[in-house]
Structures are given as C-alpha cells and as structure tokens.
Design a protein. Structure first.
Length: 255
C-alpha cells in the first residue's frame, strides 16, 4: 500500500466512529420530535437552527457506511458470510426500528441494514460470471426489494454502494456518479414540498453533508484498519439497534 497522504488521518474505524457519533445526535433530536408529534411531517421546521444543523449531520453516516460495504467486499475473506451477517443483523435490528417508527409510519418500513445487505448482494451479482442482462436483472431486483420493504435509503443506498464499488479505481468517475446520485436523491424531496426558506436550507445542508462524507471517504481515509478491528466490527453491528433503544428510552422518560 502506498504511503498515506498527509490529509489521510482517519483509519476505517475512526471514520465509522465519527459517522455514528453524528448519526446518534442527529437521530436523537429529529426522532424525538417525530415520536412526540407523529403528524408534524418535517421535524426540522420546529427546531432551532443549531439543532436543525446537528440533525442534518446524521446524513453523514449512510454514505460512509455505503462506502465501507463496497470496501468490505474487496477485503472480506468470506463474502457469503459477510452477507449472511448483514442479513441477520438487519432482522435483529427491525424490532428496535419499530419501537421508534411504528407509531409514525406504521409497520411497513424497515431499517437501513436491509439496504446495506441488498447493496452487498448487488455487488456480488455484478461481479458474478453471469451474463450482463442477468447481472443487470439481479441488481434491479435488489433495488426493487428495497422499495418493496421500504428500507431506509431504498434503491439509492443500493446504487451508492454499487457505484462506489465499480468506480473505486476511477476517482473522477466515482465522484461524478456519487454527485449525480446525490442530486437525484435530493430532487425526490421536491415532490409535494413547500418551497420556503426552510426547504432550501434543508437541501443545502443535505448536499453539504453528503459532500463532507465523500471527503471523509476519499480524502481523509487512509485505507487502514483500526487498532481493534474485531471489537469495532461487533460494536458497529450492535450500536445501530441499541441507539434505537436509547432514543426510545429517552422518549419514554421525557413524555
């Protein structure tokens, strides 16, 4: 491996710790408001500016995790076991997801680990020896299943993971694909929106955080593991369902 650039100061686990730290506080503020006021629609509209910014910083986490799913595909020893582990933890996480979101959205939504799972499957399909039309069909199926189960980030998460994998050796193409997909994702928020100052602020914050996450993945990441990779692996798996539980407990204690 080449010597890291002077700006490459974060190893894999440091990137993930930073991502989940921002995710937790952003989710805490936004989800508490949603749980207390399920009919509010957009929780950011009732937040002070500092809280609104912190809540949007939670968006830093998903693209970082998308990147490391793509990165993990390259380095994992057993990809089938990796996929099985993601699938199991998606199922384990779902009851904790319902604790928070069932009163808001009902039963028919699922957590982002399902999206990570289908994203990994899409890479496995794309890198298989099947014919091109078969690989495209399998990737489309992975995207469609995220829509069917309404998993967080849905087909966008799958496509982010696949593009980050396919263009990993082509920085310009990777950034173009990432930015294009980010803009399309942002445009979906225009459907039925009220185009007021708060709306444009939210979109500007989302774009800025998505670009910040890309910088973390490509400029600050040095390609190295952390000092305690086994501990970190299981910590990250366990943290996601547990952070739902913590937020639910805070909600129960404050209502």
């Amino acid at each position: 491996m080449n010597e890291p650039h002077k700006y490459q100061i974060l190893n894999r686990d440091a990137c993930k710790y930073l991502a989940i730290f921002l995710m937790f506080w952003g989710h805490l503020f936004a989800w508490l408001i949603l749980m207390k006021q399920p009919d509010i629609g957009v929780p950011y509209n009732v937040m002070p500016l500092w809280m609104r910014i912190v809540s949007h910083l939670s968006i830093f986490c998903p693209p970082v995790m998308f990147f490391f799913i793509a990165d993990g595909y390259k380095y994992t020893r057993d990809r089938k076991k990796y996929a099985l582990r993601l699938g199991i933890f998606a199922l384990i996480t779902q009851p904790f997801d319902w604790l928070v979101f069932q009163p808001v959205y009902g039963w028919w939504t699922t957590n982002v680990i399902f999206t990570l799972f289908f994203g990994l499957l899409s890479i496995m399909a794309w890198e298989s020896r099947l014919k091109l039309w078969q690989r495209v069909l399998l990737v489309t199926l992975c995207c469609g299943l995220t829509l069917l189960i309404v998993s967080d980030w849905m087909l966008f998460g799958v496509l982010f993971i696949l593009f980050l994998h396919c263009f990993r050796e082509k920085p310009k193409a990777r950034f173009t694909a990432y930015l294009s997909l980010t803009l399309i994702w942002l445009l979906t928020g225009f459907i039925g929106a009220e185009f007021n100052a708060g709306f444009w602020l939210d979109k500007a914050l989302d774009l800025a955080v998505m670009l910040l996450a890309y910088c973390c993945m490509t400029t600050l990441y040095n390609g190295k593991k952390g000092k305690h990779p086994q501990f970190a692996k299981w910590f990250f798996y366990g943290f996601y369902p547990l952070h739902y539980l913590v937020i639910w407990l805070v909600y129960r204690l404050t209502t």
